[in-house]
Design a protein around this ligand. Structure first.
Ligand code: ATP
Ligand code: MG
Length: 578
């Protein structure tokens, strides 16, 4: 490719609304352009990288025996009513109506669609297991589209679905996809961690996420040297229930004017945060739930939702609380609250006595309350957001924390969709059964930016070799110089002939400008054809190590060998520290 022909308008400055270095560089280097919030165009360089990511993913999917298909983007609402997700998925769905006023959605995901496609014809155990996948656009009206391609509203995903006669077969495929995802990460050349994950609105039992490590990542990973790793939403910890031998003290109602936060209460009443219990009011399908959790801990909503199997559970809003209980939200507590409210405790509260809770009246708290004496807690379960420093649930050592970008997730769906959507087959024993299902997503467009987020420096992008748009850039310092041009073109043909993807900078621009663009776009290897040709030499420079080597042009064998070696030793992810 001749740089003069490439449509890659580079910019000196980052656009002011680009909120992460990854998207800043992708825009500046001419890979993508923003059209509206969370909606992007891929320009030739960006699309080239997308195609390379897709190919790696496609090859690994094919290697598992999965077959590629293409499902429609537009999905009829009826399918989503069958699974019950038309409401559950909520405002994230891009909904539309046709001219007959029928409801549709632009697919945010395809579990319903794939089940509808196979259920009529996949009806015998002899056809199972079956594995299908597609690579296609998805639409999610994210509440906050941000971070460029990482949380966009139109994005490219690979999604695979598997169907099985029993759980054992699902487990086998889950392992197969897990290993495929491991290989995809390795081939992408990114530093990553596979972690246990929550399964959210998709539902089902068992899930792992594959995270590219990056400071700017939205996922928090708790991990331990023993090998345990989980997202913060999923992470467990070694629970040590406290047994205190305190006398039960009489409950006291105390005035706490304008004291609202746990911090304020702790200062005002001179009690440590650990002796204050937060009462959090939530509302789900079954009504109000009051969650009690120690003042120095945070609630993990994903654990709450998964405990109740209700993804619609949300924090009750202050107006609703005022209307229903006549108490400002900051003073809600378990003492004397309506019997309609189910009270459950986080494990951090189990065994605690004589603590502080909200007074169920504006500007009041109760001191020295104890369950059993002043109110009842239905049960205790783990609802806590695990943090750095909590104990590893496997070995008991202190957990550590890292940030990651979720690129892929694998789920065991079980029979959730087949059961609700009548996806059944006749088993060997002649009985009709719903199939077990698995689903496996990979964010193709998110990967493009995640790679930049993980691998860059102050000059621009550093592409892993496997997904670099071109591996080699030949910078001809002065293309009007006949000798430089001739050698540049000769090198270009020779490298292409050896199977490399090469771009030659033939633009009539200053050398400084050309070098800056080469670094910004991030070609792994740059060959400079400049004044040194008078001594018969060109310069090879690695984008990563910035090592330079001067090689005699005449010795083409040595030149090719050096190119090969420099690219072989080029492994950006290895350079990332712990
Ligand atoms: P997240 O927790 O980041 O919202 P998710 O759990 O909703 O992700 P899945 O439904 O599992 O995501 O989708 C599979 C993959 O699609 C994700 O692992 C991610 O790489 C990608 N993805 C999801 N949402 C977006 C988005 N808004 N923009 C770009 N990629 C996305
Ligand atoms: Mg999401």
């Amino acid at each position: 490719m001749f740089f003069s022909k490439l449509y890659a308008p580079t910019l000196k400055e980052s656009p002011s609304d680009a909120d992460l270095i990854g998207i800043k560089y992708l825009i500046r280097a001419g890979f993508v352009r923003k059209i509206a919030a969370g909606i992007y165009t891929y320009l030739p360089l960006g699309w080239k990288v997308i195609k390379k990511i897709e190919n790696i993913v496609r090859e690994e999917m094919d290697a598992t025996g999965s077959q590629e298909i293409m499902l429609p983007i537009i999905q009829p609402a009826e399918l989503w009513h069958e699974s019950g997700r038309w409401e559950d998925y909520g405002p994230e769905m891009m909904k539309l109506k046709d001219r007959h006023d029928r409801d549709f959605t632009l697919g945010p995901t395809h579990e319903e669609m794939i089940t509808a496609v196979v259920r009529n014809e996949l009806n015998s155990y002899k056809q199972l297991p079956l594995s299908l996948y597609q690579i296609q656009n998805k639409y999610r009206d994210e509440i906050r589209p941000r971070f460029g391609l990482m949380r966009s509203r139109e994005f490219i995903m690979k999604d695979a679905y598997t169907f099985h006669a029993d759980e054992k077969s699902l487990d086998e495929y889950y392992d197969l996809f897990y290993s495929a995802y491991d290989r995809i990460m390795k081939r992408l050349g990114l530093k990553y961690l596979a972690v246990e994950a929550d399964s959210g609105t998709i539902g089902g039992k068992g899930s792992h996420e594959f995270n590219a490590l990056a400071e700017a990542g939205e996922s928090t990973i708790l991990y331990c040297d023993c090998g345990y790793a989980a997202t913060d939403e999923k992470a467990e910890y070694k629970i040590e229930t406290i047994k205190v031998n305190e006398e039960l003290l009489p409950m006291e109602k105390v005035e706490t004017p304008n004291v609202k936060t746990i911090e304020d209460v702790s200062k005002f009443l001179k009690v440590p945060r650990k002796k204050i219990v937060k009462s959090l009011l939530y509302k789900g399908k079954k009504g109000f739930i009051l969650i009690m959790i120690r003042g120095d801990q945070d609630l993990n909503e994903a654990k709450l939702k998964s405990y109740y199997g209700d993804q619609t559970i949300q924090m009750a809003n202050p107006n609703e609380i005022m209307e229903e209980f006549n108490v400002p939200v900051g003073f809600i507590g378990p003492v004397g609250i309506s019997k309609k409210v189910e009270i459950i405790g986080d494990k951090s509260v189990e065994g605690m006595k004589n603590y502080v809770v909200g007074g169920m009246e504006n500007n009041y708290h109760y001191k020295n309350v104890s369950p059993g004496k002043d109110f009842n807690i239905k049960l205790f379960t783990d609802l806590k957001m695990v943090k750095r420093g909590d104990l590893c649930p496997v070995c008991g050592k202190l957990l550590k924390e890292k940030k990651g970008i979720e690129l892929g997730q694998v789920f065991k769906l079980g029979i959730k969709y087949s059961n609700s959507m009548n996806g059944v087959f006749t088993d060997e024993d002649g009985k009709s059964k719903p199939y077990y299902m698995g689903c496996y997503g990979w964010g193709i467009s998110r990967t493009l930016e995640a790679s930049v987020e993980q691998l860059h420096d102050e000059n621009g992008i550093i592409w892993p070799l496997s997904i670099a748009p071109y591996q080699i850039m030949i910078t001809v310092v002065n293309f009007s110089d006949v000798a430089q041009k001739e050698i540049g073109l000769k090198l270009y043909d020779m490298l292409k002939g050896n199977g490399y993807e090469v771009i030659i900078d033939d633009r009539k621009l200053s050398p400084g400008f050309k070098f800056k663009d080469a670094d910004l776009i991030g070609f792994p290897l740059r060959i400079t054809v400049g004044n040194k040709i008078k001594e018969g030499k060109v310069e090879l420079k690695s984008r990563l190590s910035r090592d330079k080597k001067e090689i005699t042009i005449e010795d083409t064998g040595l030149l090719m060998k050096t190119v090969e070696e420099m690219l072989k030793n080029y492994n950006p992810a290895e350079k990332i520290g712990e």
